[in-house]
Design a protein around this ligand. Sequence first.
Ligand code: HEM
Length: 908
Amino acid sequence: MVLGNILSSLASVQWTDVGTVLLMFFIFLLISYHLRNRKPRNYPPGPTPLPFIGNVFNLDAKQPHIHLTKMSAQYGNIFSLRLGSLNTVVVNTYSLVKKALIDHANIFTGRPTNDVLKRIIKCQGVTFNNGYSWKQQRRFTLSTLKYFGVGKRSLEVIIMEEYKFLHQTIMETNGLPFDPHYFINNAVSNIICNMVFGRRFEYTDQRFLNMLSLMSKALKLQTSVWIQLYSVFPYVMDLLPGPHKDLFSCFHQVCAFIKEEVDKHYADWDPSSPRDFIDCYLTEIQKRKDDLEAGFHEEGLQYAVLDLFVAGTETTSTTLLWAFVYMMKYPEIQEKVQEEIDKVVGRSRRPNIDDRPSMPYTDAVIHEVQRMGNVVPLSVPRMTNEDTILESYYIPKGTQIIPNLTSVLFDQTKWKSPYSFDPQNFLNDQSKFEKPEAFIPFSAAPKNFPPGPWSLPIIGDLHHIEHNKIHLQVAKFAEKYGDILSIRFLGPRIVMLNGYKRVKEVYLQQGDNLADRPVLPMIYDIAEDKGLIGASGYKWKHQRRFALSTLRNFGLGKKSLEPSIHLECCFLNETISNENGRPFNPQILLNNAVSNVICVLVFGNRFEYSDNDFQNLLKNINEAVYLDGSIWAQLYNMFPWLMRQLPGPHKKSFALWQNVIDFAREKVNAHRVDYDPSNPRDYIDCFLAEMEKLEDDTAAGFDVENLCICALDLFVAGTETTSTTLYWGLLYMIKYPEIQAKVQEEIDCVVGGSRQPSLSDRDNMPYTNAVIHEIQRSGNIVPLNLPRATVEDTLIGKYSIPKGTAVIGSLTSVLFDESEWETPHSFNPGHFLDAEGKFRKRVAFLPFSLGKRVCPGEQLARMELFLFFSSLLQCFTFSSPAGVEPSMDYKLGTTRCPQPYKLCALSR
Ligand code: HEM
């Protein structure tokens, strides 16, 4: 309408009038500005921006972080502004900042650019660079700093040396008032100077002090209104005086200082003996002179050094200055820190990094200084690399994102006392140091998170994944992205490890860091954090230790369990012979027989194969295990709030599990009626006794509810896995009758027909043993492994993985690793036999996984597999029903199970 009126009035304009022309030009600018900056649908709300200058004057330039945090009360936790020339979205609160910077890490990694940055650093270096050049510069910078000591002991020596100078200088003030700003700035800066320039600067070096002061001034000027105006009207502002000119001048002088240092390096640079970062960069310039896009040239060096210099000086020294302020303000806290230092370190030596774990209070105080000091209150802005959706808001590619760290470090839902200086924020009930998840003063995103396929905003990588083949697709992704990659298919991004070497290295080297399980909504809604399989931390450690020692007492992995398995073999063989060679599906029978072994240990009794209730329960478990690995479970884990409201197979899974939990609860209740602590019959009795012993330690999880889930876990894990392996075993035997015949030949020769095979025969039956191992390898029944979660922020390979990230070491990639197995994709017992036909172990045989959470049932399973399998083949010859070709198709849920099949068992 407005546009229509303007157009219709054009006809009556006097075009020779200069004023009219200017007015029309202005109207033209307004219209084109309006068209260019129209907000897309569903864009986050926010204050209306003025034409050209946006919301520059809506912000309190002195305390923008406080102002922005207040604005979220009006516009919500995601709101929009137009700052300078950039459309900007501010993200508030821990959960949203995490969602953006960690869960959607690859979308929010860009850096915005504007005319100010272009002019100051020409978008080179590391901090404000993007794309290929950013990746190259960052990789080079990180590896070079590591080479010069970052994260290593050698750096501690440099810091201790610098401390001596600082100490000396402070002593010289003789207790008189002094401004610590420049000493601290200088001391902190010297650490990075050592690595970058290869030397430190005296606290009296005026040239260096002047440079530090210019840098502080420039950082303050950077957030002023003038700079925002510059980014809108660069050409006009270039003509005007004002603080923006000071900013350019400050940076210009700092760069001149750096250039001087670089020139000095050039003079005596010896590429074969690099002294520092500058020397290494000079070598890199030579090496990569043909790769222009990587940005390794003299100017790039200047800006890379500027980045390190600014980042390595201002942030740490400002935090230390805050620390002094807080210690002066709270002398009682200062005293408590000193008391701890005296106790742990004493006065005769300096504290070192090994003291930190013994100094939880001091550590908590330092973290609290960082939290309250809040030195980068709005983080460094990011930019979206592609169109995305955050909490139902549409955010187009190229939008500037401000992660409001202030809203995170003072998030009322995350801190015990968000607004006061209180070290208790970092101490648990036992006064141990504990870092809450919302402590992200360095900003959240692991920029070097493992790469992976391009995921869609809501459905993640589901469009790349063929559900029934996900375990095979991981290897394909690995070809493209490397053996540490990430996929989004269970909610947030999951780190996948591919191949024997990588899985082994990470699971063993990062053992303690990889001992948790991720919280998956589906599992949580069934069993919360209870049981053995899904629990983490303190509770899991206690429960695992207890389960292992108790089951061992009842024979797990020992000879004493053999008679009970022998008995079960007899029942199984008898029931199979009743089929009289007719085709039948052995699945539930195998399930029942295997289950009885663990049932005796956990519940104290076995179940008849004619017990229909028990058979139904086993069928329910089968189906629930399948549903838990289905696409429905994935959707549930991604959108729990939605899926809880919708009908579908996921609801069935809850009903099935409830049925199994009720079964376990009934057993527990029956035990409580006639339990005699002096004569424990099984795992449940021992647990009841432990409940009495540890009633004060509620965190260890010895309570009735947890008992029900632990019993359930043992029952399910002890049934499904081993019986599915046997189900594969019989399928391979009907598929490869010649292999079956060779096993039977060995059984006949070593055991004969008059007695049952026993564990002591195993060493004399290398072929049978090799066949069982090959069944486990090819059967690959837990193809993706169970997911682990990182206990704390962890480095995997060269990637930073934040605490709580799900990590999966793909067992398929290990059991079929082409560099480990001669014929990975064929069923070949020869994998486990040497040239003389003797059994040989293989390092990549890891069906039970490895590391801290390696399957605790391995010994039991191996015993069962040998005894059941050899006993079955001793008594029967198995074949496919006449005219039926055995199919190796499978169903993929949590386990990989053969599609239902029938076989015939002929007595021998
Ligand atoms: C062929 C048989 C079996 C296979 C292939 C198998 C495989 C596995 C695998 C791959 C894991 C995950 C380990 C990890 O997170 O790294 C696991 C965990 C587990 N398994 Fe087994 N398993 C088998 C038999 C059993 C049996 C007989 C029991 C009964 C005692 C059992 C009890 C468990 C439990 C309780 C866990 C969870 C351990 C934890 O989270 O600390 N498994 N199993």
